[in-house]
Design a protein around this ligand. Structure first.
Ligand code: ATP
Length: 335
């Protein structure tokens, strides 16, 4: 029996379900009553299951097991189900669960990127004097809304109230272009693919640059709420670094995180400075919402595939191929 795929109705569910359907797999979306009206509009969703709350998802386990459903995690899984529930989920799961534990913890995430040999912005310890512009990030600040910039010790003191009783980190502020590189690592072919690249439009950080400097005085701190994404192609010479960084993240995870390591879709969030150095500020070990731009593929996926290939479809292709080769175990989480 062909596997089915299931995901929560949120984040990148449309892309995932369309990709599965296009690959001939049964696509199941689990939605709450509020979202039902959106998801029932799309005929590529073969089955829509409505539950009162996403937290009730585990109650569907037996029903989904009978359909040979494989869970495709996305950015809303930890948010809606919680880390414990994700780890304990009894359904087949596309990806390694250990990597989300590392992704979730800022210090472990930093250890992963740094020890893998990927360039990261310099970090200043709490209390350490700063000698350049830093970005101060409080943990759990949604969309970077509680972040602030500081160039001197005085700036830090001025903003002390924002970090009082909070956990935070201080990082060199990289002046450059933020980019999100979307990768796919195939455990079947052991090849790394760049699927697409996007940039985010963040308000008001992107708005500040449009304001002449004489009018910037007194303007509040930049904030980084994402309000849109656009597609990017980069200087071709940057691809060498991009592949190298992605491969390092995969290799490290196989050695230090779990046997299968990081596989399937992931994203490196980076800022590229004037010397074209790529500083990685975050790794997302799963499909990211920026890939929603590329339902019909991107210039990079077009170079690899002669058909429209979104990240969602690429996931389904991997599952379909694994099932055909009787190697499904290679693409599923294993304890
Ligand atoms: P998310 O988890 O949604 O990606 P977040 O709240 O964890 O976001 P970060 O990704 O750490 O926040 O940062 C938000 C934004 O702040 C980035 O998209 C980037 O524009 C900017 N930023 C963060 N760190 C740096 C840095 N070291 N140098 C320059 N800009 C930075």
């Amino acid at each position: 029996m062909k596997p089915a795929i299931v995901t929560l109705g949120s984040h990148s569910a449309l892309q995932i379900a369309k990709g599965a359907h296009d690959e001939g797999l049964h696509s199941i979306v689990v939605a709450t009553p509020k979202q039902k009206s959106v998801y029932e509009r799309f005929p590529f969703i073969d089955e829509l299951i409505v539950i009162d709350n996403f937290a009730d998802f585990p109650s569907l386990t037996d029903q989904l097991k009978k359909k040979h459903a494989i869970v495709i995690p996305h950015g809303s899984f930890v948010a809606y189900l919680g880390m414990e529930e994700n780890l304990e989920m009894q359904l087949d799961y596309f990806g390694s669960k250990q990597v989300i534990v590392w992704e979730f913890d800022r210090l472990m995430q930093r250890k992963w990127i740094e020890e893998a040999g990927i360039l990261v912005p310099k970090r200043f310890k709490v209390g350490e004097p700063i000698d350049r512009t830093v970005i101060v990030k409080t943990y759990g600040a949604a969309g970077g809304s509680g972040y602030f910039l500081a160039r001197t010790q005085k700036d830090l003191e001025k903003n002390a109230v924002k970090i009082q009783n909070k956990e935070y980190l201080m990082q060199e502020y990289i002046i450059g272009v933020p980019m999100y590189v979307h990768y796919f690592y195939s455990p079947l072919t052991e090849k790394l693919e760049i699927m697409s690249i996007d940039r985010r439009y963040e308000t008001n950080a992107d708005g500040l640059g449009r304001l002449p400097i004489q009018h910037q005085d007194g303007v509040t701190e930049p904030s980084y709420t994402v309000v849109g994404n656009s597609s990017l192609v980069v200087r071709e010479s940057l691809l060498v670094q991009f592949y190298d960084m992605g491969q390092k993240a995969v290799d490290y995870s196989k050695k230090h995180i779990s046997k299968k390591g990081l596989f399937g879709p992931f994203c490196l969030e980076m800022v590229i400075d004037e010397q074209q150095r790529c500083f990685v500020i975050e790794i997302s070990a799963r499909i990211v919402a920026g890939t929603n731009l590329f339902i019909k593929g991107s210039p990079y996926s077009d170079l690899l595939y002669d058909e429209p290939m979104s990240t969602g479809r690429r996931i389904a292709r991997e599952i379909r191929t694994a099932a055909e080769q009787k190697e499904l175990h290679k693409v599923l989480h294993e304890d």
